[in-house]
Design a protein around this ligand. Structure first.
Ligand SMILES: [Zn+2]
Ligand SMILES: [Zn+2]
Length: 119
């Protein structure tokens, strides 16, 4: 049986397209822990590295599944959306910020009124 090449973790250096941070990864690091931006290198499966796009991918949303956070990226070049697991080294404040973005719109008005009365 032939092993599939793309599933073997290999060491690679990924330079963040957004902040220039250099990340040394083991093949599965797909995004920058400082700003959470990613690079469009995977075609169908995270880690396959089959895409020629190489566009910068912006973190647009996070979701939480169980205890794990997942980051949704959108490619600035081709608009492809991907979802990856967050890394323990990721900047958690940024993840929280992203997770709040979805709910902020709904709760903004409530919060404003609250702030005014409690002030
Ligand atoms: Zn970065
Ligand atoms: Zn792309």
């Amino acid at each position: 049986m032939k092993r599939k090449n793309f599933l073997v973790p290999k060491k690679e250096v990924f330079t963040c397209l957004n902040c220039g941070n250099k990340i040394e990864g083991g093949g599965y690091i797909s995004h920058c822990p400082k700003c959470l931006w990613s690079k469009h290198v995977d075609q169908d499966v995270p880690g396959d590295r089959q895409s020629d796009c190489q566009g910068a991918m912006k973190p647009i949303e996070v979701t939480k599944k169980g205890k794990e956070w997942r980051i949704i990226h959108r490619c600035q070049k081709c608009n492809k959306k991907t979802i990856v697991y967050s890394h323990p080294k990721d900047d958690f404040d940024l993840i929280i910020n992203l997770s709040n973005q979805g709910t902020i719109k709904q709760e903004k008005n409530k919060k404003r009124k609250k702030n005014l009365t409690s002030f």
